[in-house]
Design a protein around this ligand. Structure first.
Ligand code: F0G
Length: 370
C-alpha cells in the first residue's frame, strides 16, 4: 500500500482513515532524526556533535522536516488537507502563506488536479518558496500587505467564493501534522523525550504536536508527556508576549524578523496553542535575529542545513539550557521545519558564488594557500 510508505498515512487510524484511492500523497514523512548531542552523537560525526555542544545538551536529536517532498513539514498537513478536499469533491483550494504552506499546497493541488490559489505577502517570501509555488502552477496572488493581512483576506475569499481553505485553521491540516510527533516517538522506540522544541509562527504546528503527544499518552503509547518549548523571533513575538503575562490577554504585533517563515504578528491558532502550553507544562521563549542566524550557521556548517526560521529551534535550546530551564542531561528533540534551499540568501556567508579563479593550478594554489 502507498499508505504504508507515507510517514503520515502509516498512522491513519489516529489521523484520518480515508480510503486509499482518494488519498493524495507523494508520499511524505520518514524524515531523519539526527542524534547530535554530546553523548548520543556517533563519534565519527564531529560536525554534528558541534550542534549538541552549542546547545549544551548530552542527548539531543534534530528531526529534519525539511526532508519532506516539498522541503517543509507542511507536506504532512497538506496531504491530509488535500485528501479531504478530494473526498469533498472540491475543485479549488487556497491558503495564505509565508511561503512553505503555499509551496506545499501548490504541489498537492497539482497532483490532485485541483486549482491552487495562494495569497502571499508581497516581497516577504523567500525565493525558493516562491519558485516552487509558481512552478507547481498555483495562482499566486501577492498582497500589498503582511502575512496577517493575507490571512484575513483568504478567509473572506474562501467564505465568499466557496473555495476550500487549507490554512492550519483547517483541522485536517493539524491532524496530518500530528504525524511529526508520532514518527519521532516511533524513532525513539516510544520513549518520550523530556522536551520538544519548535519554532512558532501561526501556531498550527505546536497545536498539532501537542495534540499528538496527548493522544499517544491517552492511548498508553507513552508513559510521560514531553514538555513543549515554543520559540518565537523577538521581532514577531505575540505568543511570547501573552505567555509572559500568564496568557492574561491575546497580543498582536507588527512583525519583523529575518526568519520570514515566522514573520507573523497575529497567529490564528492562538487559543489551541495556549492550551497546549498549559497542558504540557510548556514554555514560550523568544530569540533575536542574531541568535537565529548564529544557530543557522551552526546547523549549516554541521552539514545538515536548514532555513532561518528552523534555526530558532537551536537558538532556543541554546538559550534555555544556558538559563537552566532545560537541564543538560534531559532528552531533547528539536524540529527543523524547513530545508536550507528554501532561502538561499539569508545568513549564507561571504561571496554568493564562492571564490572565482583562473582555470589553472597556480591560481588555485594561491587561493587555497597551500
Ligand atoms: N518554520 C517554518 C519553516 C514555517 O514555514 C513555519 C510556518 C513555521 C516554522 C511556524 O509554524 O505557523 O505552525 O507555528 N509557516 C507558515 C507558512 C506560516 O505559510 O508556510 P506554525
Amino acid at each position: 500500500l502507498l499508505l504504508d510508505y507515507s510517514g503520515v498515512w502509516r498512522y491513519r487510524e489516529l489521523i484520518l482513515p480515508a480510503p486509499e484511492p482518494y488519498v493524495i500523497a507523494r508520499p511524505e514523512g520518514n524524515t531523519n532524526l539526527y542524534p547530535v548531542g554530546m553523548e548520543n552523537c556517533p563519534t565519527g560525526r564531529v560536525g554534528h556533535r558541534q550542534i549538541g555542544t552549542y546547545a549544551g545538551l548530552d542527548l539531543f536529536f534534530l528531526k529534519h522536516e525539511g526532508e519532506n517532498p516539498s522541503g517543509s513539514f507542511k507536506d504532512r498537513g497538506m496531504t491530509v488537507g488535500v485528501t479531504m478536499a478530494n473526498l469533498l469533491g472540491a475543485t479549488a483550494v487556497a491558503c495564505a502563506s509565508t511561503g512553505n504552506t503555499s509551496a506545499s499546497l501548490a504541489s498537492y493541488a497539482a497532483q490532485a488536479g485541483m486549482k491552487g490559489i495562494v495569497f502571499l505577502p508581497a516581497g516577504n517570501v523567500a525565493s525558493g518558496k516562491l519558485a516552487q509555488t509558481l512552478a507547481y502552477g498555483a495562482t499566486t496572488v501577492q498582497i500589498k500587505g503582511d502575512f496577517d493581512a493575507a490571512m484575513s483576506l483568504v478567509e473572506q475569499v474562501c467564505n465568499e467564493l466557496g473555495i476550500y481553505l487549507l490554512n492550519s485553521l483547517n483541522p485536517f491540516r493539524i491532524e496530518g501534522q500530528k504525524a511529526i510527533a508520532f514518527e519521532i516517538l516511533q524513532q525513539l522506540d516510544w520513549q518520550a523525550p523530556d522536551w520538544l522544541i519548535l519554532p512558532a509562527g501561526n501556531l498550527g504546528n505546536i497545536s498539532a504536536i501537542g495534540k499528538a503527544f496527548r493522544q499517544a499518552y491517552d492511548l498508553c503509547l507513552i508513559t510521560q508527556m514531553p514538555r513543549i518549548a515554543a520559540i518565537q523571533a523577538a521581532g514577531a513575538n505575540p505568543f511570547y508576549r501573552s505567555y509572559r503575562q500568564q496568557f492574561a490577554r491575546r497580543e498582536s504585533v507588527k512583525a519583523d524578523t529575518v526568519a520570514t517563515a515566522i514573520k507573523i504578528g497575529n497567529p490564528v491558532s492562538y487559543a489551541r496553542a495556549r492550551r497546549i502550553i498549559e497542558v504540557t507544562d510548556g514554555i514560550v521563549a523568544e530569540v533575536t535575529d542574531a541568535e537565529i542566524l548564529a544557530a543557522k550557521a551552526m546547523i549549516d556548517r554541521a552539514g545538515i542545513g536548514c532555513e532561518p526560521a528552523s534555526a530558532a529551534t537551536l537558538a532556543g535550546a541554546h538559550k534555555l539550557v544556558a538559563e537552566g530551564v532545560i537541564k543538560r542531561d534531559e532528552r531533547v528533540v528539536g524540529i527543523l521545519t524547513g530545508n536550507l534551499l528554501k532561502d538561499s540568501v539569508t545568513g549564507i556567508p561571504q561571496q554568493g558564488s564562492g571564490i572565482i579563479v583562473e582555470a589553472n593550478l597556480d591560481a588555485v594554489r594561491k587561493v587555497l594557500a597551500v
